[in-house]
Every structure is written in C-alpha cells, then in structure tokens.
Write a protein that binds this ligand. Structure first.
Ligand code: NAG
Ligand code: NAG
Length: 426
C-alpha cells in the first residue's frame, strides 16, 4: 500500500520534471532554428492587397461569385484576414471556417513552423511565420499568438480585415484553469478538492506575476492581445490599450453570441452563408463543466477585472453593430444559419452529436486533450454519407491539428510532445 503510494508520488514528479524540461528546451530549440532568418534584414513593403487578380484566379474562386450576385452589385469577398486566436473562446471552431475558406480559394496562409502556434507566449515576430520573406503575399493568419500589431502588419496586406473573439471572463477563467492549470506550477501547491475555488478564495496568496505560465490565470484575453495582464484595472493604461485594440480590430466577436458574430463577420467581409456553416469543435464534455456559483463568478470577475472591462467595452460595440445590421435581419439570418447547420449535422455526423474521446472510431478524428484527462469531445463521420459530401463533412469535423497537418504545416514539436505524453501516460 505504502509502496504504491510512493510509486505514484514518484511518477507524479517524473511527469512534472519531464514537462519542465520540455517547456524549457522548446524555446531553446526554437531560438536555434530561427537564428539564420534573423540575419535577413532587407525589407520590402507589404503589398496593399493579396486578393487574386482578375485573370489569375483559380477555377474554384471563379465558381465562387455567381452571376446573380454580380447583378445585385454585391461586394467581392474579402480574402485577407487576420484572426487573433484567443484561448478557450470557441476559436477552434472559427479557425476551421477560415481553413476551409482558404483551402477552397487556394489562399496563402501565414502558418507557424514546427508547432501549431506562433511560439506563444512570446510576442509575435514575423520571423515566426513559416517561409516568411519580406514582400511575400500572405492572405490569412489564424494560429494562436501573442498579438504584436507592428509585426503582424509586416506580414499581411494593408487592407487586411482584423478580427478576434472574446468570452465572458469568469467562464474563460474557469475554462483556462481547467485546461491549463497543470502547466502553471503555482497551482501545484494548491490543496483541496476544488483548486479553482481555493485559488479564488485568496488569489493574491497563490498568484505571482513572475510565475511560469501564470498569465493563463489572470486576464488571459488582455495578455493574448499583447497587453500587460498584471496592470491594475484602474491604471489609465488599461483604457488606453482597449482603445488601441478597438482601433486595430475591424470586428470583435463574442463567444456567447457566436452565430450573431458569424453573421456580422460574413456581412463585413462579403462572404456567403455557405462559408460560415460550422460544427462546434474542441468542446468540453458537459459533465466536466462545473456551474460557477454567483459567488465564484463574482470573484473570478474581480480577479480578471481588466478582461471584464475589455469584455464590457466590446459587448457594447457588438450590440451597436447588431443594431446597425437590424435586429430582425439578424434574427432571420441566425435562424437560417442554424437551419443550415442542422441539415449538415444530419448529413455528416453519426448519431447527430459529439462523443467522448473513447467513442471516436477513427484515430485521425481524435482531438487534442488537456493534460491528465480526456474531457474534449470529438465526432464520428456518418458512415452513410455519399462520396460527394464526404470530403466536405470530414473537413468540417476534423480537429485543428490534423487539418493543419493536411494543409502541410510541419508540427514536429507538437507531435513530439504528444508522443512524450503518451509514453508517460499523461
Ligand atoms: C447565386 O447567389 C445568390 C445570392 O447569394 C443565391 O441566392 C443563388 O442561389 C446563387 N446561384 C447559384 C446558381 O449558385
Ligand atoms: C451586453 O450588452 C447588452 C446590450 O446592450 C446588455 O443587455 C448586456 O447586459 C451587456 N452584457 C455585459 C456583460 O455587459
């Protein structure tokens, strides 16, 4: 009995040390692999637009605008998109929409190299982009990064549409604590059944701004957007930075109103309903999502008060946009989107719903899991789907890492980490 406990303790620490070593060695590897690129200092201006020129458009993009559209004088679909992918905000579902759109129109993605993010949490640098060369025309950038506006602007055309997504900060905190808690060492010493509740009881006691990965647990949205997440919420810089963010982003979506967000997006970039159909990806099993008590919620908002300010600011602008779009118009479009999505669920998904990891038949459809559990659900492709639709269904259901691999992104570091986790069974 005692021996078993000893062994478990021992395994537990081996896991943590392994993670620690990996987390440290990865930046080192990375620094080594980018050294030569930093020597390249000649700089060309980014092009105004990377839209396919008339005459050189591929056949798939010609099909895209049909004649009745032109008669109606509908604007041309925008193809230059910067999606600032925030954490735990349904951004995996949105990225799938962008990947499908870009693949269909043969657009050029600015992808990361060796892993599925731009070396997060380092501040974004253009040299993090795979095959980046000054003057290259990229259309879409959509992987996780810590936003850094001047560097992003050097990669994408000047008329790029900037977009991001926010989520209620209390829910986001809960989700982040659940998903990333294991890689934030300062949570390792929190005792008790409910670590999050204990943390929120006295966050200042547990939190340290210098703690490794500690940004996952405080104003994560503000951090992802490239800001200082440890500022005092009343610091005048906070308001100022929120204004800067508002100026930079053409649209800030809200996870709680994902469908309305998509309609606003589609309207802003002149896409069609077909382009924004989606299945919810990378979502957590309902049973593993605790309902926040009003008390915990209040504490979480208090603790993440910059994110709360940010959220309230963009909630206001969001509903102003909905107002301008027309409430009724929006209602109708959301109903249409839901109807079309429901049709696709019937067509593509076995059983018509997501399933837990153990019930996914095809290994290629397994989503990435948080450390220490299997709480993220995935899908089984409907076996009866006909050949014509199978490819579309598969692209809509496939988890992000597999889709990126299909698009030619080299994820060796991410995959290595996956293997190590398998070996140490974590
Ligand atoms: C062309 O576009 C219009 C407007 O989006 C749509 O209603 C119509 O069904 C499309 N026609 C074809 C042939 O795809
Ligand atoms: C968001 O805005 C709507 C409409 O103005 C309002 O009813 C709602 O209370 C706001 N939510 C937050 C969290 O500020």
């Amino acid at each position: 009995m005692l021996q078993k406990q000893e062994r478990q303790r021992w395994q537990f620490w081996v896991k943590r040390v392994t993670v620690g070593c990996l987390l440290i060695s990865v930046p080192l590897f990375y620094a080594l692999s980018t050294i030569q690129i930093n020597f390249d200092t000649t700089e060309l201006p980014v092009p105004l637009s990377c839209a396919p020129r008339p005459g050189q458009s591929s056949s798939s993009s010609r099909q895209y605008t049909n004649s009745s559209q032109k008669d109606n004088n509908v604007c041309a679909p925008k193809v230059d998109i910067m999606f600032m992918k925030t954490h735990k905000t349904a951004s995996s579902t949105f990225i799938n929409i962008l990947l499908r759109f870009g693949e269909k129109l043969n657009l050029k993605f600015a992808f990361p190299k060796s892993r599925n993010d731009f070396f997060y949490p380092s501040s974004f640098q253009r040299t993090y982009v795979d095959a980046y060369k000054s003057g290259t025309c990229f259309n879409i950038m959509c992987n996780h990064m810590r936003f850094n506006a001047p560097e992003v602007a050097k990669v994408l055309p000047r008329d790029t549409f900037y977009i991001t997504i926010l989520r209620d900060p209390a829910e986001l905190f809960e989700s982040s604590f659940h998903y990333f808690g294991h890689v934030v060492p300062l949570t390792w010493w929190i005792t008790g059944e409910d670590k999050m509740a204990e943390f929120l009881r006295d966050p200042k006691h547990y939190f340290s701004p210098d703690g490794f990965n500690s940004f996952y647990l405080k104003n994560l949205l503000f951090f992802d957007l490239g800001q200082d997440n440890t500022l005092d919420a009343d610091d005048p810089h906070v308001e100022k930075r929120i204004r800067v963010i508002a100026e930079r982003f053409d649209l800030v979506m809200l996870m709680e109103h994902f469908e309305e967000s998509l309609i606003l997006f589609k309207d802003s970039v002149c896409w069609q309903m077909d382009d924004i159909l989606f299945f919810k990806l990378n979502s957590r099993m309902k049973s593993t999502i605790p309902k926040l008590t009003p008390e915990l919620r209040a504490k979480a908002l208090q603790w993440n008060s910059i994110d709360w300010k940010l959220y309230k600011h963009f909630n206001l602008t969001f509903w102003k946009k909905v107002e301008a779009y027309g409430r009724k118009h929006m209602e109708d479009d959301v109903a249409e989107l839901r109807r079309r999505n429901a049709e696709l669920v019937k067509l593509c998904i076995e059983g018509g719903h997501s399933v837990e990891a153990a019930s996914i038949h095809d290994a290629a459809m397994q989503p990435w899991q948080p450390i220490g559990e299997k709480s993220i659900e995935g899908y089984n492709l409907n076996k009866n789907v006909n050949k014509a639709n199978e490819e579309m269904c598969r692209k809509m259901l496939i988890p992000e890492l597999q889709y990126l691999t299909d698009l030619g992104v080299n994820l060796w570091l991410t995959k290595l980490w996956g293997r190590v986790r398998k070996i140490i069974n974590w």
